[in-house]
Design a binder for this molecule. Structure first.
Ligand code: F6R
Length: 610
């Protein structure tokens, strides 16, 4: 996820901005840049790679002003290169931006037909041109020009803007992406995150959605886009820098579990067309012709991403009615598999760099199959090799155990299934609309579940001394049983197995006694009765059950020792909710055990070796 820092005061801005950006480095980025106003004009410096490169460039070409904005970019639209790095410039205006402008394609066409020549592939450059056009068309201040531009922009943004004709001013705005203003003595600052400002002030004002602010060295003015004046007292932040990086959470993993509503929202943003009951084709990159001509969807992935593909397979079969198979990439690469030119190979990888998945993609391409990458890191190796890419927009994931990337992958795969189903006419507009509506409601339902997180603390205590845990689920609950078990074993080092509940009596039932906790994915879906029978079999052997179930289910309440309840939702979207309590359970068990939650032993975030 990108980082923003801004400074208006009497000291040299560039070193302050660079330090602020360094405080955000832990989040990951691929390029960085500064725009400094020296009182007469704005100078821009942008470099690809780490901040050391920007620092070197600054030494070679010092920037003298006392007002400026800085940015670290984590690419979402356009490759990570210098042209796409922020700040983006139009006329005398320079803009840095976090988030995704949903209607960027329509705005791009509109600006181009107005004679504007866009230099980058980014949505941010569009914002710079909108502000510049508003100034040229008579807006008398930068503040009004930004307000005018925001009225045309849909989507998520935190932006900071400076303009040559108004030295001493930064204008910031936010919608669905955080933006905080830091109040100093003779200087004011702004940033996307608290750590960027902590060296200078602990008094901070948080912008709300739909607000913009004009920041001067000794004055800050906040209004809503609609023109209402906002008076908001600052908050005193007493976090230490480590706490600030983790947003006040104890570990990155916990922070990332709580970021899932936003990760899913950003992955859906600009892609779902509810009115048409459809998903935007240009975001998926597969033509309608390809969607109709494929005869099989072949998923390849590893680990948590592999679990997402199992749900993907169920969705593709149910909604698009295409035969679908799922295979671990490490098996595909050495199995001499058979692919055909009418296969669509869907390679799912949060890092986009996993060696086994990359090798499976190469094998598929060599036999002429089409490849679609579902990845979280723009322009990583797997998307570069693929015919098309569908990016998840979860932002950088720092905890080694994947959480928000998993739910973002689920959202992407469900959209893919709807897209294929609509092109192949196996899915009615009405059902597609219902599924998409349910998907759009997921982020808020996740927020409600996360609000109940403390309830899992007590349950986690009961798991801490277990040596083995069995996870069971059927249908769309099966990949969640696998993922729940993987999360627990990865970070708590407790042995855990995920099984298809129907497979239990073919072996694992022998394990069950009063010492083996059994975690069951048991929402009220079409396989509910079947899962309940399995739960009864566990109970009959004194097994202790933790069930994730639907609110109001009295049958499971009688069988389970511990329950975590979900709202009633459409079956198709259930995995995006059922996984959340299992992630939290694993987290709290590991935290009680005192393991290194964010960097569990023997594991790496990106596995670029076999
Ligand atoms: C588990 C986890 C790993 C990854 C796997 C694949 O929490 O993160 O199992 O899912 O190594 O990685 P990607 O998705 O980057 O291909």
């Amino acid at each position: 996820m990108c980082g923003i820092v801004g400074y208006v005061g009497s000291s040299l801005a560039a070193p302050i901005l660079l330090d602020g950006l360094r405080r955000l480095e832990y989040r990951g980025y691929d390029s960085a840049g500064l725009a400094i106003h020296d009182g007469k004009q704005i100078e821009i410096l942008r470099t690809v790679g780490k901040l050391g490169r920007l620092s070197e460039a600054l030494r070679a070409h010092p920037l003298q002003g006392t007002v400026g904005i800085g940015h670290t970019r984590w690419a979402t639209h356009g490759r990570p290169n210098e042209v796409n790095a922020h700040p983006h410039v139009a006329g005398g205006v320079a803009v840095v931006h976090n988030g995704i402008i949903e209607n960027h394609l329509a705005l791009r066409h509109e600006l181009e037909s107005d004679g504007v020549k866009l230099l980058s592939d980014t949505d941010t450059e569009i914002a710079a041109h909108l502000v510049n056009r508003a100034l040229s068309n008579g807006c008398s201040t930068l503040f009004e020009a930004v307000r005018h531009a925001l009225r045309q922009i849909q989507g998520a943004y935190a932006i900071a803007v400076v303009c040559a004709s108004e030295p001493g001013v930064i204008v910031v705005a936010r919608n669905a992406s955080p933006l905080v203003i830091g109040l100093g003595d003779d200087a004011n600052l702004c940033g996307s995150d608290i750590p960027a400002l902590l060296d200078h002030t602990r008094n901070m004002v948080f912008l709300d959605d739909g607000e913009l602010a004009e920041i001067r060295a000794k004055q800050v003015r906040i209004e809503t886009v609609d023109g209402r004046v906002v008076q908001r007292p600052p908050k005193h932040i007493d976090w230490n820098p480590m706490m600030a990086e983790k947003g006040g959470f104890k570990h990155f993993m916990l922070k990332e579990i709580h970021e899932q509503p936003r990760a899913v929202e950003d992955t859906l943003r600009g892609r779902v067309n509810l009115a048409a009951g459809d998903v935007a084709g240009e975001e998926i990159g597969l033509s309608a012709e390809v969607a109709r001509s494929i005869t099989r969807v072949y998923f390849v992935a590893c680990g948590t991403s592999y679990h997402a593909t199992i749900a993907g397979r169920y969705w593709i079969e149910q909604l698009a009615r295409v035969p679908a198979v799922v295979e671990m990439a490490s098996e595909v690469r050495y199995r001499d598999p058979v692919f055909t030119p009418t296969d669509l190979v869907v390679a799912v990888s949060q890092s986009g760099e996993t060696a086994d998945t990359l090798a499976a993609v190469k094998a598929a391409r060599a036999q002429g199959a089409k490849v679609l990458a579902v990845a979280n890191v723009l322009d990583s190796a797997i998307p570069r090799l693929a015919d098309a890419s569908l990016y998840t927009h979860a932002g950088p994931e720092i905890g080694v155990a994947s959480t928000k990337c998993f739910t973002a992958q689920l959202a992407a795969l469900l959209m893919l299934a709807v897209y294929l189903g609509r092109r192949r006419e196996s899915l009615t507009e009405e059902r597609a609309r219902q599924v998409l509506q349910a998907l759009i409601e997921i982020p808020n339902q996740m927020r409600t579940l996360l609000g109940q997180a403390p309830y899992l603390l007590g349950i986690a205590k009961r798991f801490v001394n277990a040596t083995d845990v069995l996870y069971l689920g059927r249908g769309l609950g099966f990949p969640i049983a696998l993922e729940g078990a993987l999360k627990l074993k990865e970070i708590s080092y407790i042995h855990a197995e995920g099984y298809a509940a129907g497979e239990m009596k073919h072996g694992p039932i022998a394990l069950i006694d009063e010492n083996v906790p059994v975690a069951v994915v048991c929402p009220r879906d079409s396989l509910y009765e079947k899962v309940i029978s399995n739960v009864q079999e566990v109970r009959a052997r004194e097994g202790r059950i933790f069930a994730v179930a639907t609110s109001g289910d009295s049958a499971i309440a009688e069988l389970a020792e511990h329950l975590f309840l979900l709202p009633e939702v459409r079956e198709e979207v259930l995995p995006l909710l059922t996984v959340v309590p299992f992630q939290l359970l694993a987290y709290h068990v590991a935290d009680y055990k005192g393991t290194d939650v964010d960097q569990p032993r023997n594991l790496a975030k990106t596995v670029t070796v076999e």
